[in-house]
Structures are given as C-alpha cells and as structure tokens.
Ligand binder design. Structure first.
Ligand SMILES: CC/C=C/CC(=O)SCCNC(=O)CCNC(=O)[C@H](O)C(C)(C)COP(=O)(O)OP(=O)(O)OC[C@H]1O[C@@H](n2cnc3c(N)ncnc32)[C@H](O)[C@@H]1OP(=O)(O)O
Length: 725
C-alpha cells in the first residue's frame, strides 16, 4: 500500500493503491509507518513521497465516504505528522494530486511537480470541503484569492499555473522522482520552520473584508443551491480570522456538516454513476469489457445547421480532421462562416500555452458539397433535420460511398435507428449519436444501438465521446430514446397544469427552485415550439390528418392538450419569434417576461372547454412533473433500454440540466422513497385516469413492494423475462 526504499540518504515512500492511489486506511497506515521508520533511522536525512504508476494520489476513496467501514485514521493527523517531521519531506507530484492527495503534499516541506501534473481540491464537487486542513494551509501558501478560487470551484490546475501561484517549488519535464530526490538532498540541514505552512501567516490583502464580502456574493451565485461552496468559503474565511489551530477546528465542524448532508451523498453518487455508465452492456451480451473500438482518425459531418456546426467544432477541438458537407454552396457558405466563428471563439477561450486549434488548414477542416469526399473517412455523423425520408436517402448514399469499415452515425433525438439502418447494406455499422445543443458545449452524448449495431460500433462511439470530452451513455432504441422519452410525460404534465389553472411562470418557478437550470416552458421556448409541433404532426396528433370529430382534448382515448399547437398556429415558436409561452424583447431575445396575451388565451381556453380553474400548489406541480418523468424511467429500465438507473441519472445531469446535487431523477426517487413515489402516482392517476404517464409502472410497483431497496440493487429485481430485448 506504500513502498519504503532508500536513495541512499533519502527515504522514498511510494503510495500504492491502483488505479489512482486513493488514500485508503492501509495507505495511510503504511505512510505513517514509513515516516516513523525514516524518523528512527539516523542514516536517513530526508524523505520523499511519490505515487505509484505516475500518479501522486486522487485523494480519499469516494466509495468509502458512505461505507459503514469508513477509515477511522485521520488524514489531517497524518498531514500534521508529515509537516512536523524533523527531516525535510519533499512531494514528487506526477499525474494528479487531488483532494486529500494535495493535502498530503501541502503537509510536505517542498513540492516538485511534473509539467503534465494537475492539482486541485475537488471536494466541493463531491459536496464536501478539504477536511484535512487544506482550507487552512492553502491560503497561507498561495494567498486568499487563489486559494478561495481553487477550493470553492474544485478546479484542477496545471503544474505551470501551480508554479506561478507558488503551490509548487519546481516543475520538471523529465523524471520527477529523481528531481525530488535531488531537491531533498539539497535541502538537508536547512531550517524547516519557514517551510511549515501551519506556522505561516495568511498573506494580507489591502482590504480583506471587502474582498471576502464580494467573493461571498460570487460564490453564492455560482453555487445554484449547492451548500458546499458556501461552507468552503466559510472555512477559508476562518483562515483569515483565526490562528491555525482554531481554523482547523472550524474546518472540522463545517466538514462534519457537509459529510452528513444529502447533497454530499447525491454528488458522490453522481461521480460514481458517471463511471458506472461507462461500463455499458446490451441485453444481447455485448459489453465494454469485450468490445474493441476502431480508431477514428478522420470524420465527416453532414449538415451544417445548429447541431452540425457544434459537432464540427467539437471534432476540431478533439484534433480529429473533419470533412463538413452541405447540400449546396449557399448552405455551405453560411455553415462555414458559422463554424469559423465558433472555432475562433473556442480558440480565444483556450489556455495560453495549450495546443492551438488548427482549423485554417484544409487538411484538418474541409468544407464541401461533394459526397465523394466522404470516401475515406473513418466515421460520418449525419446531422440533417429530423426527417426520416431524408435521413434514409443519405444513409443509402453513405453505404454506397463510404469505405467498408466506416462507422455511420445519425444525430437524431427520437427517430428509429433500425429504420435508418435499413437503408444501408451495413446496418451493423449504423448507430445513433444524439448530441445536445450547443453540441460543442453540452457534455452528454446519448449513444443508441439498433437491432444490428455491432459491439465494435458501440465501442467506437463510446471512444469518440471520450475523445470529444463528453460523457457517452449507451442506450437502446425506442421513441425518444432515454432522455426525451422521460421528458415527454414531464412536459405533458406541465401543459396539463396550465389547462387546470396554473401559469407557465408558476410551473417554471417551482422546477427552477427545485434546481433545474430552466423550467419546462422556458426550455420549450428556447428549443423552439415548432420542433414538437412538427413531430406531433408527423405522429398524426395534430394537423389535417386528425380525423374529423376527434375531441379537441383527446387522442386515442387519452388526454391530449392542444395548447402547444394553438401557440404554433398563432406563429408563436418561442424565443426565435419573440413569443411563445412568454414574450421576449425581440425575435431572438432571451429575456422571458410573463405575457398577458397568453394569460387571456388560457382563460378563454378553459372557458371554451368548460374547465373550472383551480389553485395548484407547489407540491402538486413538482410531484406531477417529476414523478411522471421518474415513472417513465422505471418503464425504460424494465424494457432493457438502459442497463441501470445510473445511466438515466447521468443523462439527466449532463443533458437536461437536472441539479447534480440532487443526484439525478432515479437517485432522487430513492431519496424520496419508492413507496411514497408510488403512493403519489396512485393518487394522481386516480384523479387523471386518462393520463397513462401517471399510471405507476410495474417495475416501480415491484420495487416499492420490497420497501425502498438501495438503488444499486434495483436491477437485481428485474427478471430476465421482463426484458424487452
Ligand atoms: C478528510 C478526508 C477528506 C478527503 C477529501 C478527498 O480527498 S475527496 C476525493 C477528492 N478527489 C477527487 O475528487 C478525485 C476524483 N477523481 C477524478 O477526478 C478522476 O477519477 C481522476 C483521478 C482525475 C482520473 O480520471 P480518469 O478519467 O483518468 O479516470 P476515471 O475517472 O475513470 O477514474 C479511474 C478509476 O478510479 C476511480 N477513482 C478515481 N478517483 C477516485 C477516488 N477519489 N475515490 C475512489 N475511486 C476513484 C474511478 O472511479 C475509476 O474507477 P472505476 O472502477 O473504473 O470506475
């Protein structure tokens, strides 16, 4: 767990706990034993601490926080022990020094980092604060503004920045361990007092109080309902107001508050869920462990609308050469200008000294209207608008033109992958890649396999997501896949609530207070109401294909609301037309204001349909919207469309603005309690028997009958026979 060696006057302690040298109880014990051994050996004059496999340490074991067998050994005590050593201790930081890992390095008297190393205190992203005296040592080392920034955002900083801040003493391009041993030998005999951070004063600012009060406002604003950033702030402020020992006590109190919080549990679950979702499996038995991806050395994007532009930008940023194709020169030129603008903006955002974006080189980015240019690419992403006939025509062409091994991806948010694949002679290479807008910003990539998609194709799409720095989540093929399928009943409830007496701004406020970045009506206005309108027309739910005599508020025996159709028929498509569920300052404007026109439309609508408006409280708004979404999630799991609740949660956090500190919809359901979710769905479905989305799914009923089993056990309650595939 930690290896002890000599070199010859320097004791070398190597942290060893693959893959990222987390600080388990055994690691901490071995580190302590190593320090004691070095202290007791008169021939040892200095100590060097490094990590196995080119990584210093990723800090405490996140899986251990919720475990009843949480290590009792105090990391803080060990950091103090390192600092109080009478022999100089040097940290050799390779790869990563994060969280408790960086706190160990802060206890050392000197720090040497490899140029590619990254350092940070990401505890805040796990709902915690650096609880091993990091909030007290870091401000003493690099000053309050920089420490506050690192601790309240959790960002990882590169070694070069760490050097500028004074966080490390030396940055090396070659062997870090050797450089650290050299430094250790050099400093033998030098006084250690000035190197002990607990003894240093916090550097003064001209007006610390003013700085802190402005910083607090900023931290609160960025926190968006999350508790940890505020408590991180309080811990750093304590460092400016108290002696070290009192600051440590305050840090400990604040840490304990966070450790037992629901937010910390949710954020730690979200971290692990993201890793779990990378381990994909399909009901057919394909899995991440056996499938091998194909290399993607070049790609093509078809269609340079909003989605295509973002996808091209993402590929260029990932250093993958791209051919961008449009149907004619006019569209091509418009698309080219837009892509160049996006890339220029991205280039400006890049760190000084980082690799530059090579987008002016035609070998890296080529614009064309010639399909033949796609002949040699390894992967094509079709991103034309949602029209099955058009997509099939394109895929037919691709299967004739592209080289045999090329992966054929379709960017669709709902269309049937199997039907698209049927237009090709190689359905095993066809896969859905559902990007989220803006595609160069949003982290989620929903990866949809069809009936014939090969494991290699899935593995290649997952690998592509990684290359694009996105979270790829593999799901099965059904209408709306996972994300949009769960979204339909949520938005449907929101509209039904308007029919019954609520207003868009009331519904949005409740869901935004819950933590969503934007509520369902502001979201629809942003996405464009015409998108759903076209889809409903295609499904025969509205428009001329609806049989005469169909009741306005019913389709196929189920409740239907024509309200969104009425808005579209009045030319209200949302932000782009300056009017939708809200009014905006102009077409394309972004400031939503409640619209009296809409309020009177709602009043008239209720009159026409004989609906007696009623006051709808926050609880009903929240429960009907969220529980119908969650209910659909259970149906998706039962059908084998996703292989676990973590997948659904990762999709919602990264693609739909679900508040991460609430862990995702399925985790949230587990915290509310499945019997309670079920009871509420029963109540609402009795009141609205014509709404199938409120009728509890069989899987939810099965789980609730057991009580409230832990989320990681849910899938074990699904019998093989109930899987759809
Ligand atoms: C009082 C004590 C308080 C202590 C506070 C702390 O130290 S809290 C922990 C702070 N550390 C972090 O938040 C680091 C979290 N990890 C990461 O950011 C990344 O994993 C990484 C270290 C930058 C590596 O990223 P990469 O993309 O290369 O790999 P993965 O993310 O897939 O990770 C590889 C496997 O390692 C597991 N893992 C990583 N960090 C931890 C951790 N701190 N605890 C437990 N496990 C960790 C990760 O889950 C992966 O494992 P799999 O089995 O493959 O899922």
């Amino acid at each position: 767990m930690a290896q002890y060696a000599r070199s010859p006057a320097v004791a070398v302690i190597r942290l060893r706990n693959p893959p990222v040298n987390t600080l388990s109880f055994a690691v901490l014990q071995a580190l302590e034993d190593g320090l004691e051994k070095a202290d007791a050996d008169p021939s040892v004059k200095a100590v060097m601490i490094c990590g196995e496999n080119g990584k210093f340490s990723a800090g405490a074991d996140i899986r251990g926080f919720s475990s009843p067998n949480r290590p009792v050994k105090s990391l803080a005590a060990l950091v103090s022990l390192i600092e109080s050593s009478k022999k100089p201790v040097v940290a050799a930081i390779e790869g990563i020094a994060l969280g408790g890992g960086l706190e160990v390095a802060l206890g050392c008297h000197y720090r040497v980092a490899h140029v590619k190393a990254r350092m940070g205190l990401p505890e805040v992203t796990l709902g915690l604060l650096p609880g091993a005296e990091g909030t007290q040592r870091l401000p003493r080392l690099i000053g309050v503004p920089a420490a506050l920034d690192m601790i309240t955002t959790g960002k990882h900083i590169p070694a070069t920045e760490a050097l500028k801040l004074g966080l490390v003493d030396e940055v090396v391009e070659e062997n870090t361990v050797e450089a650290a041993i050299r430094l250790a030998n050099k400093v033998i005999g030098q006084p250690l007092g000035p190197r002990r951070l607990s003894l240093k004063p916090v550097p003064k600012l001209p007006d610390m109080e003013a700085f802190l009060s402005q910083a607090r406002v900023r931290v609160k604003k960025q926190a968006q309902g999350c508790l940890a950033p505020e408590l991180c702030f309080q811990a750093v402020r304590a460092a400016t107001q108290m002696p070290f020992a009192d600051g440590v006590r305050r840090e400990r109190e604040l840490f304990m508050v966070l450790l037992s919080s629901g937010q910390a549990r949710a954020l730690q679950y979200a971290f692990l869920a993201e890793r779990a979702a990378q381990k994909w499996t399909t009901p057919g038995g394909a899995s991440w462990s056996s499938a091998t991806p194909q290399p993607v050395r070049s790609a093509a994007v078809i269609g340079l609308g909003t989605m295509g532009r973002g996808i091209v930008t993402s590929l260029v940023k990932a250093n993958i050469p791209v051919v961008a194709l449009e149907q004619d020169l006019e569209y091509l030129n418009t698309g080219r200008k837009a892509v160049m603008l996006l890339l220029e903006r991205e280039a400006m955002k890049m760190e000084v000294g980082a690799q530059t974006l090579d987008f002016h080189n035609p070998a890296r980015l080529q614009f064309t209207v010639d399909f033949d240019s796609l002949r040699d690419v390894d992967l094509v992403i079709e991103a034309v608008f949602e029209n099955m006939a058009l997509k099939k025509e394109i895929f037919h062409k691709l299967s004739r033109i592209c080289k045999p091994g090329a992966l054929l991806c379709t960017n669709t948010s709902a269309l049937n992958i199997d039907e698209i694949a049927s237009a090709t002679s190689r359905p095993q290479q066809v896969i859905g890649t559902h990007f989220f807008s803006p595609a160069h910003v949003m982290r989620l990539l929903e990866i949809i396999y069809g009936r014939h998609t090969s494991p290699t194709a899935i593995a290649t799409a997952v690998q592509l997501a990684k290359a694009l720095k996105k979270v790829g989540v593999v799901v099965g093929n059904c209408f709306g896949f996972v994300g949009n399928r769960m979204m339909f009943p949520y938005v449907q409830q929101a509209v039904f609530l308007l029919e019954e007496g609520s207003r868009p701004e009331a519904v949005d406020r409740v869901l935004e207070d819950f933590g969503f970045k934007i509520g369902p009506f502001r979201m629809s206005d942003l996405a464009g109401l015409d998108v759903g309108w076209r889809s409903r027309q295609g499904q025969g739910l509205t428009g001329p294909s609806v049989p005469a005599g169909t009741p306005a508020r019913q389709r196929q025996g189920q409740r239907y609301s024509p309200l969104p159709d009425l808005l579209c028929e009045s030319g209200r498509f949302g932000q782009k037309t300056g009017k939708g569920w809200y009014q905006y300052e102009k077409a394309g404007g972004r400031t939503a204001t409640p619209d009296p026109w809409l309020h009177s439309l709602l009043a008239q609508y209720r009159d026409t349909h004989g609906i007696e408006p009623r006051f709808i409280d926050q609880e009903e708004i929240l429960e009907r919207c969220l529980f119908s979404l969650i209910n659909e999630g259970f149906a998706i799991l039962a059908e084998g469309i996703a292989s676990g609740p973590e997948h659904l949660d990762v999709i919602y956090i990264n693609g739909y603005g679900w508040p991460k500190h609430k862990g995702g919809p399925m985790f949230y359901a587990s915290t509310v309690g499945l019997p309670r979710v079920l009871a509420k769905l029963h109540k609402y479905s009795e009141a609205h028997p014509d709404v199938p989305g409120l009728q509890p799914s069989a899987f939810l009923k099965k789980l609730a009958a057991v009580g409230n089993p832990p989320i990681k056990e849910w899938m074990s309650y699904l019998s093989q026979q109930s899987s759809r595939l």
